[in-house]
Ligand binder design. Structure first.
Ligand code: AFP
Length: 342
């Protein structure tokens, strides 16, 4: 951003924005504020690597396989460790759960412990890294369900409606951080010349009418009748909505972000292509619930095709879910068609 395009009095850094949010809560200790700021810092560090991902020292696989059975890229590991190392010693967290690790990570004994739990997908869309495509980080923050004592796995298994805050960082043509604490959705763009996230998209609302639908249509053969009927509706067949354009990147953060700003719906339904994952590919805790909180705060919706994502209580850390997210009316429509056909 140049001096021509923005006057100094209009510059709102992410730090100031988060702090202003805290002022309306006199009881706040500042822990959440600082935790969000830690995550913004992690985003900056990860962004500095994603822009160099084509370089030899980063590109390439570690050879390990993560808990989802996917090959771990070096950048995944870097992003995972960056979030962990910037948040585990601050006394704000009691534990972290990452998509990259089979078990949750309690805060080591040598560090003070706090009342928050962090869930995150360190590098969403990592299979796109090799092709210079956008990737992202998704996070959600819950409060512990117990006052003290060792943190246990069941404390992480909370429905998304308990989220205190959630957000994502999109590493694209620019780096953006979008977050909510339940008071609207706000977007910040990283200005690389000053190394700071600046408020660029205050009070984001999903625009209407919708413009896009986003789905991997290559899997259509593996979908239920209800999901196929929904797709036909989005394609404008038999009284469906006319004029939607199809856009699919294959990085949830990027597909979601575009539809949040332009209007539309993203879905990754349950399918029968992999008998091990009959409930779809995306993870409830690390991906679906944090983005559902944002979608609802922006006036949209998020469903697993039968009910609200934020009402689902996970039974395990890495539970997968079908996801339909974005424009509220389009999300309601899929529930109607699934009820009718499936
Ligand atoms: P990767 O992290 O393995 O690239 O997966 C990305 C993702 O979890 C999500 O970001 C995409 O929306 C979805 O998977 C894409 O999956 P398909 O390649 O099956 O369409």
């Amino acid at each position: 951003m140049s001096e021509d395009s923005i006057s100094h009095s209009n510059i709102i850094t992410i730090e100031r924005h988060i702090l202003d949010g805290q002022l309306v809560h006199p009881e706040a200790t500042g822990a959440l504020t600082n935790l969000l700021y830690d995550l913004a810092l992690a985003g900056k560090v990860i962004a500095s690597k994603t822009t160099r991902a084509g370089l030899a020292e980063i590109l390439g696989r570690t050879g390990d396989v993560n808990v989802q059975g996917e090959q771990v890229l070096k950048l995944d590991r870097f992003a995972d460790l960056t979030v962990q190392r910037l948040t585990d010693h601050t006394g704000r967290l009691a534990g972290l759960a990452s998509e990259e690790n089979a078990e949750f990570i309690p805060i080591p004994d040598k560090y003070p412990k706090g009342k928050y739990l962090l869930v995150y997908d360190p590098l969403d869309g990592s299979s796109n890294v090799d092709f210079n495509m956008p990737v992202g980080t998704i996070f959600g923050i819950y409060k512990r369900t117990r006052e003290d004592g060792e943190v246990t796995e069941d404390e992480f298994l909370q429905p998304g409606r308990n989220l205190v805050a959630s957000g994502y960082i999109a590493y694209g043509t620019s780096t953006m951080l979008v977050y909510t604490t339940g008071h609207g959705v706000h977007g910040f763009t990283l200005d690389p010349s000053v190394g700071e996230f600046l408020l660029s998209h205050p009070d984001i609302r999903i625009p209407s009418p919708p413009k896009y639908f986003s789905v991997n249509i290559g899997y259509e053969l593996f979908w239920s009748r209800g999901v196929r009927a929904y797709t036909e509706f989005l394609q404008g067949r038999e009284g469906g909505v006319k004029g939607l354009s199809l856009r699919y990147i294959g990085t949830l953060v990027s597909d979601f972000h575009r539809n949040l700003l332009a209007g539309g719906v993203f879905y990754y339904p349950a399918d029968t292509k992999d008998p091990n994952t009959p409930t779809g590919k995306l993870r409830l805790l690390y991906e679906a619930a944090p983005l559902a909180f944002i979608a609802e705060q922006a006036g949209g919706g998020a469903s697993d095709g039968r009910g609200r994502i934020l009402d689902i209580r996970p039974e395990s850390l890495h539970q997968r879910t079908p996801l339909f997210i974005g424009d509220r009316a389009l999300v309601e429509k899929v529930e109607e068609l699934i009820r009718k056909h499936d």
